[in-house]
Ligand binder design. Structure first.
Ligand code: SAH
Length: 358
């Protein structure tokens, strides 16, 4: 395959690259690796992931923590548990953490997150970067959390095709593609570094959809991306889809190609190696790093709760504790010829260029 020229990328070229095999596939990964090295360097940043709560008002047809799933106990971590995890992240040199949860817009939840963000900033002398991933909220809530000290926000669009979005969500106004877009827009206006992403290998998803997903991220001028393979969760309606579905290993390979293409399309973006990659392949996150990702999110949720935050089946590391994740990841990153950016926020260079023209 000849080199992909960034400014000449079209949906057709992306589809061709997504279908590449053999030498063409290898050259795609080689180009992505070279682009990363040149643009952001072979550095991996850690974000300690705290799965704050699995209480969710949404009922997404693919997600294990959907409101209608009665087969799991619902939890919300105590402030002490969150702060202890934050301290672990800080003491171990993780530059940032991510507070992620199901979607909850109760006044109490909003207040609690605001307070926690402030306390995390305080306990680390403002040194820990805080990313939030708590779903759709009002612009006022986003502003409140930003003022409290959060500076990055992850909200996956899940798919940029509105019809497919409708197919994987229940038909009510709680699950609206337009609202999701409006939230991404609002996050940008508030001044966050904004992350989005999609699931790869969804039922009824086409190669053309995936190419459009990449173009959507470029068009939206997103700063950070997290893409992972769709993995069935047996307690969800979508797992009973009886049409054609790509085998898991093909969804994995396609995700690697999506990462590589995004790196070429948006060279200075932060791209996460999603945990779902590791659910399919033991070396999944390392392979994602080799394909162009530069962020890994080690799980620092207290062990007992990890099993209750199961978005999909075969979630890895549910029996580990945070210390295990750290030593395991250090070894794994060393295998990829990258260094770890300890004690740094590792902000998206794209954001700095977009906002500050740096
Ligand atoms: N509720 C928050 C974040 C929690 S879910 C939000 O909406 O942003 C985090 C991500 O997990 C989702 O955005 C989705 O892309 C992914 N996810 C959920 N179910 C999944 C599944 N079955 N397979 C793969 N990824 C899944």
């Amino acid at each position: 395959m000849t080199e992909i020229i960034r400014h000449e990328i079209t949906a057709g070229k992306l589809i061709k690259a997504l279908l590449a095999t053999g030498e063409a596939r290898e050259s795609l990964f080689a180009q992505a690796a070279e682009t990363k090295k040149q643009e952001v360097g072979n550095i991996v940043y850690f974000r300690g992931l705290i799965e704050y709560s699995n209480i969710c008002r949404k009922d997404c047809l693919y997600c294990g923590i959907r409101r209608s799933n009665v087969n799991l106990s619902r939890y919300i971590l105590s402030d002490d548990e969150v702060l202890e995890a934050a301290r672990f992240a800080y003491d171990n040199g993780y530059g940032s953490l991510v507070l992620q949860s199901g979607e909850n817009s109760s006044a109490r939840f909003i207040h609690q997150v605001t307070k926690l963000v402030r306390e995390i900033k305080a306990l680390s002398g403002n040194k820990l970067g805080v990313t939030l991933s708590c779903g759709e909220q009002t612009p006022e809530t986003y502003r409140k959390w930003f003022e409290a000290g959060a500076h990055r926000y992850l909200l996956r669009i899940e798919t940029s095709n509105p019809d497919l979005y409708e197919f994987i969500h229940p038909p009510d106004n709680q699950h609206s593609f337009k609202k999701r877009i409006a939230c991404l827009q609002s996050l940008k206006e508030q001044g966050y570094q904004v992350g989005t992403g999609v699931m790869v290998g969804l039922p009824n998803q086409t190669y053309s959809d995936l190419a459009d997903d990449l173009l959507f991220m470029k068009e939206f001028d997103i700063d950070m991306v997290g893409m992972g393979p769709y993995i069935e969760h047996q307690q969800t309606p979508l797992s009973r889809f009886n049409g054609e579905l790509l085998p898991l290993k093909d969804r994995f390979d396609l995700t690697l190609k999506m990462i590589a293409l995004l790196r070429i399309l948006m060279p200075d973006n932060n791209i996460a190696a999603a945990t779902a990659m590791q659910a399919i392949d033991k070396m999944g996150r390392e392979k994602a790093v080799m394909a162009g990702a530069n962020v890994i999110m080690p799980n620092i949720t207290p062990g007992v709760f990890r099993n209750s935050y199961k978005l999909y089946d075969n979630k890895p590391c549910t029996d580990d504790v945070a210390e295990d994740c750290k030593s395991c990841l250090e070894m794994r990153v060393a295998l990829t010829d990258h260094t770890i950016g300890y004690n740094q926020w590792g902000d998206s260079r794209h954001f700095n260029v977009r906002v500050n023209n740096l």
